[in-house]
Each structure stands twice: as structure tokens, then as C-alpha cells.
Design a protein around this ligand. Structure first.
Ligand code: F6P
Length: 319
């Protein structure tokens, strides 16, 4: 192995830059040449590639977004685009590829490794929706962003005696809602993995009101959707004025937390160790604070379960 490439793909996540830095610096330390591939798989098939050195990744560990930029490439998914990507890898003499992204990006990495390219996947997504790893890069920053927003909403919620619905991202996964709801002391958390009852949510709001509670925060995962309908129903059933805040892409930006930078640095470096050991088609993750790696296909198939105990705890603590 002489030359490796690194790319970020899919939705960006805070900490991706720290991962790129770790990949590039470890590779150079171990005597490899490194190129950065811009705009994910789209930049790969277009040959949008540049050589990276130690200073290309200077002063980025604390920055959100990704210096390599990102994309969701439709062209790469079709056979012609995929073949173009393979040709580009050959022309540039890239022997190993590190892909930082979520499940869609991992599917691309799997296909490349089946075509003989040594590819390693690093989980970079705010969603925390990959079952094989306890945490993905960007998740911790995203939940901290939501927790800060909950604090602000609590102030105005108390001033006006309103309920506030906060819709958070996560696709089909309720982790952002669950973790930020627990840390933010939300009254109710609505996630796609667990059936919810509007009656119960309204009953809790009313009993809180009767105790003199002025604020109410209800977190709704985007996988459940319809935050405005939920607000209308609360309004109708409780007469409590309810407002909706969609967190949206605010959750994807911002300076990464120490936790995300540490995770990114550890996983980025390990990707180079694996490539140098001759491994390919592996996904790296963290289980019980230990770095693990497994076949990318197994990683994609791993069941992502919601932490039911944590969910029950949020119910107890918000009575
Ligand atoms: O996968 C990350 C994520 O932010 C999801 O939580 C969200 O559903 C999606 O990406 C939004 O995608 P886009 O930025 O393309 O609108």
C-alpha cells in the first residue's frame, strides 16, 4: 500500500474534519501518500482529487462541516458512474480508500471493496443509526446543540406558560430525540421505535400544570413527523398554547464536542492501521469504549435497537 484516498459522503457531521485530520496525519506518519477526494463519491467519479499534506489538515480539528465537502451522489449508484469511479481510482494510483459517512456511504464502500478496492468505513452521521457501533461521529455534538436549544425554549416556555414541541433529526432512528430529551429534562419524548399515546402526553401536561409547572418540552423525532398536528392536538385537548420549533440543519453544524473529536481521531487513525494490515471492506466503530472493526456488510445488517431502559427512565424522571 502506497497511496490512500479519503472522502466524506452523505449528510455532513461535526467531527468529520477531526477524522480527516487523523486519517491524513496517521497515513503520513506511516509513510503513505494521501489524497483528499472532494464531494464524496461524486468528486471521486469526476476526479476531483488533490494531494494532502500535514498542513492541509492544520487548524481544522475544531471546525464543523467537512473541508472535503460532501454530497449524495446519484451518478455513483448507477453502473456507468461506478465504473468511472473505479477508473479514476486506477488512474490516480489509489490503493486504499477511507470513507467517512453513514449507511448510504457504507453501501458504496461495500461495493468498491467487492470490486477489489481496499475500503474502510468510518461512521460519520449525527443520526447514531448504525447498530454495530455505540456512537457515530457527530451525534454527541448534535445532541448538545439540541440540549442548548431546549434550555432556550424552556425560558420562553415558562414566561408564556406554553408547551413547546421540538422536532429533531435522526431519520428513522430516535436516538437524537431520546438522548437530548433525557439531558434536557423533556416532559415527553416521541420516537418512531416506541408507540406513543397522545392521551398520556396530554394527561402529563395537565398534571404538570396543576402542580404549577409553567414550561413543557416535548421532543418529536423526525421519523414520527407531523409536529404541527401534534401541537394542534395538544392545544385542543389541554387548552395549553403550543408552539413548534424544527431544529433542522442547525443540528448538523457547529464546533464538534471533545467527545466527537476524540472518537473521530481514534477511528481515523485505526482506518490506516487496518489498511496497512491488508484489511478491506471493514467498518470501524466503538463498542464499550473499545475500537472494533467488522465486515462492512455485517455492520450494515446490525440491528439498531433503541435503549428501552433509557426511555423508561425519561418517563420516570418527567412525572
Ligand atoms: O443523515 C443525516 C440527516 O441529517 C438526517 O437526520 C436527515 O433526515 C437528513 O440527513 C437530511 O438530509 P439533507 O441534508 O440532505 O436534507
Amino acid at each position: 500500500m502506497k497511496k490512500i484516498g479519503v472522502l466524506t459522503s452523505g449528510g455532513d457531521a461535526p467531527g468529520m474534519n477531526a477524522a480527516i485530520r487523523s486519517v491524513v496525519r496517521t497515513a503520513i506518519f506511516k509513510g503513505l501518500k494521501v489524497v483528499g477526494i472532494k464531494r464524496g463519491y461524486q468528486g471521486l467519479l469526476e476526479g476531483d482529487i488533490e494531494e494532502m499534506n500535514l498542513s492541509s489538515v492544520g487548524d481544522i480539528i475544531h471546525r464543523g462541516g467537512t473541508i472535503l465537502r460532501s454530497a449524495r451522489s446519484k451518478e455513483f449508484i448507477n453502473e456507468k458512474g461506478f465504473q468511472k469511479a473505479l477508473d479514476v481510482l486506477k488512474i490516480f494510483g489509489i490503493d486504499g480508500l477511507v470513507v467517512i459517512g453513514g449507511d448510504g456511504s457504507f453501501k458504496g464502500a461495500k461495493k468498491l471493496s467487492e470490486s477489489g478496492i481496499s475500503t474502510i468505513g468510518i461512521p460519520g452521521t449525527i443520526d447514531n443509526d448504525l447498530g454495530y457501533t455505540d456512537y457515530t461521529i457527530g451525534f454527541d455534538t448534535a445532541i448538545n446543540t439540541v440540549v442548548n436549544a431546549i434550555g432556550n425554549l424552556r425560558d420562553t416556555s415558562s414566561s408564556h406558560g406554553r408547551a413547546n414541541i421540538v422536532e429533531v433529526m435522526g431519520r428513522h432512528c430516535g436516538d437524537i430525540a431520546l438522548y437530548s430529551g433525557l439531558a434536557g429534562g423533556a416532559e415527553s419524548i416521541i420516537i418512531p421505535e416506541i408507540k406513543f399515546s397522545m392521551e398520556e402526553i396530554c394527561k402529563k401536561l395537565i398534571s404538570g400544570r396543576n402542580r404549577g409547572k409553567l414550561h413543557s418540552i416535548i421532543i418529536v423525532a423526525e421519523g414520527v413527523g407531523k409536529p404541527y398536528d401534534i401541537a394542534d392536538e395538544i392545544n385542543r385537548k389541554t387548552s395549553i398554547e403550543t408552539r413548534v420549533t424544527i431544529m433542522g440543519h442547525l443540528q448538523r453544524g457547529g464546533t464538534p464536542t471533545a467527545q466527537d473529536r476524540i472518537l473521530a481521531s481514534r477511528l481515523g487513525s485505526e482506518s490506516i492501521n487496518l489498511l496497512l494490515k491488508g484489511e478491506k471492506g471493514r467498518a470501524i466503530g466503538l463498542k464499550e469504549n473499545k475500537i472494533v472493526n467488522l465486515d462492512i456488510d455485517e455492520a450494515l445488517k446490525a440491528n439498531k435497537a433503541i435503549d428501552k431502559d433509557m426511555y423508561e427512565l425519561t418517563k420516570i424522571l418527567s412525572i
